[in-house]
Design a protein around this ligand. Structure first.
Ligand code: PLP
Length: 275
């Protein structure tokens, strides 16, 4: 006997909208197919805009393909984790060690992984709006509740830390910072970043710093990762009570303070084995 039972999508996806892959993308595609010139402002794909990866990176990947058939640890290749830790130590984050670094296939994999480790049902995460929708979708899929704070066009698309603070409740667990920002393109100044870090510090929240575009600027005037280090020129900020994770193809969970380390180590339970 053959069952005719309908195969439905999961209910947990009903609250998830992802405009980059949803109706908007479909409409752009059909207009393109009809010969219309559609300017894509939705995806930050460097390769599509003439910004290829560094030749050394391409060469290193090509040269090591033959050694790359086996699994590595779930947190990534030790040599690569070490290189990331060194990179950040060079930026002044003196306490970052290889064991603090987890590698993955991009932010879109690592963000959900960490949110699963962090969030209980209905826990809230503050997210900038307009939104890069991956964060909102990932929070919903991890059982959490996105709460958007506004980036105001009339203020160069900067958010107001006071507005961020007013949205904190006893269910808030984390604040997402996207700097340089997608989709607005704005680079938030020190006062704004420091104000948001203060909110995180005051309420004991995790600061999730998505700095995926940081290296595209010749000079990034301010980034949480820079100004929260003890050696930062901005002495008023320090990282003692704030837990953070800069995101690009990696995330960093500093082993000190220990509270974030345990959450992030739990995250590796859900991490796939890496090639
Ligand atoms: C702000 C931001 N975060 C994350 C991502 C996704 O990054 P990945 O390709 O590493 O998954 C993008 C891609 O456009 C982005 O703009």
């Amino acid at each position: 006997m053959t069952s005719r039972r309908e195969i439905r999508t999961s209910r947990k996806l009903s609250g998830v909208s992802y405009s980059l892959r949803g109706p908007l993308a479909a409409q752009a595609e059909s207009r393109r197919a009809a010969g219309q010139d559609v300017l894509a402002l939705n995806l930050g794909d460097p390769a599509a805009y003439g910004l290829p990866p560094a030749r050394e990176v391409v060469r290193a990947v090509r040269d090591h393909l033959d050694d790359s058939c086996g699994y590595s640890g779930a947190a990534g290749l030790p040599e690569a984790r070490d290189a990331v830790a060194r990179h950040y130590r060079g930026k002044g984050l003196h306490t970052v060690r290889q064991c603090d670094v987890y590698l993955g296939n991009g932010v879109s994999e690592l963000a959900p992984l960490s949110l699963h480790a962090l969030l209980n049902p209905r826990d809230e995460v503050l997210v900038p709006a307009p939104d890069y929708p991956m964060w909102t979708a990932s929070i919903v899929m991890a059982g959490g509740q996105p709460v958007h704070y506004q980036c105001d066009e009339a203020s160069d698309w900067y958010p107001d830390p006071g507005d961020v603070a007013r949205r904190v409740t006893d269910r808030t667990r984390a604040i997402v910072v996207i700097n340089p920002n997608n989709p607005t393109g704005s680079v938030w100044p020190y006062e704004v970043l420091n104000g948001i870090a203060d909110v995180a510090r005051t309420h004991g929240l995790v600061l999730l710093a998505d700095e995926i575009y940081a290296d595209f600027l010749a000079e990034l005037p301010t980034a949480p990762i820079d100004w929260m280090t003890p050696n930062s020129p901005h002495k008023s900020a320090n990282c003692r009570d704030v837990y953070w994770a800069p995101w690009s193809e990696w995330k960093i969970a500093p082993s000190r303070p220990p509270r974030v380390a345990s959450a992030m180590r739990r995250a590796s339970v859900t991490s796939p084995v890496r090639m």
